[in-house]
Design a protein around this ligand. Sequence first.
Ligand code: PLP
Length: 369
Amino acid sequence: MLNELKPKRRFLMGPGPSDVNPRVLQALSSPMIGHLDPQFIQIMDEVMDMTRQVFQTKNEFTSAISATGTAGMETCLVNLLEPGDTAVICVHGVFGGRMCEIAERCGAKVVRVDARWGDPIDPAKVREALEQCEPKLVAIVHAETSTGVLQPLGEISKIVRDAGALFLVDAVTSLGGTQLKIDEWGIDAVYSGSQKCISAPPGLSPVSFNTKALEAIDSRKSKVQSFYLDISLIRKYWTGAKRVYHHTGPISMVYAMHEALRIVLEEGLEARFERHMNNHMKLRKGLEDMGFEFVVAPEYRLPMLNAIKVPQGVDDAAVRGRLLNEYNIEIGAGLGDFAGKVWRIGLMGESCTPNHINMLLGALKNILG
Ligand SMILES: Cc1ncc(COP(=O)(O)O)c(C=O)c1O
């Protein structure tokens, strides 16, 4: 007989998942009910309402896909793109690249707009791309977790709107941690993740589609190739007077999301954004006093994901291993072009506290001497 599970408590300071509030863990252990039970329908409605508030949108179809952020990404792309469509995709890190891969699998023609890793996308390059093709959609990552860049969206949104294309934004890491105004910023479709600044476990992907995006879906010529991620079917489960079974809702995850969103809204969005910024500044000072260098220029740094250069001569994996094994602190390794060269320190949601910062700085001082 195997032993009962007893994972050690960690302090999650990587790119996600982040620490989860005990109230959310308690919600996970609430009694199981059916996915069409009127109680559950009400909980879904409340999750939709709170998700609207967090996304700062009035979009009626604002809910959660029953899987992680990548499924949110895939949902948006498989529903909004049909074979033969053109999509302009901005790539300034791993997740822009992943969008290209998925859009190609949808049969779309992908036009890439690239930026050097650690830089944001230049709006002039988006304008140039839009002058050369007439895309159905332009997609961009708001908070590029692989590089630590916060992408300004205002100017690009205007360029996309003027070109008449749909504007799709990846807000997996930004939602609940930094300003994100779906309606005011002219975003037509957006997806996020439960496990970053919302601080629920991984397993749900909040999404929101405005009328323009839903009309594009309703006027498709071909069926969405994914049954599980077909928004027209998912909408009938999440909205309307009579709910139609599509898949079995992940009941406990929706409970967790309900409590996590309640915590976000209790704190207040502005207060939460300010907390993320203040703690980022505290971490930044501590790291810079120790001689660390940031990858990204100050004006484009993500408060919730701090990408710093691994000092010369320091063994990346050995330090991360000691942080985990001796201090129970997880930080993230570099991805893709940054593998072995960069550490990614997350300050997301419940993991964004002065205590986390003090623990990490103390541990790094002990390890690096
Ligand atoms: C910006 C961004 N987009 C998409 C994803 C994919 O989300 P998931 O790993 O939850 O599937 C991540 C995950 O880290 C991310 O940071």
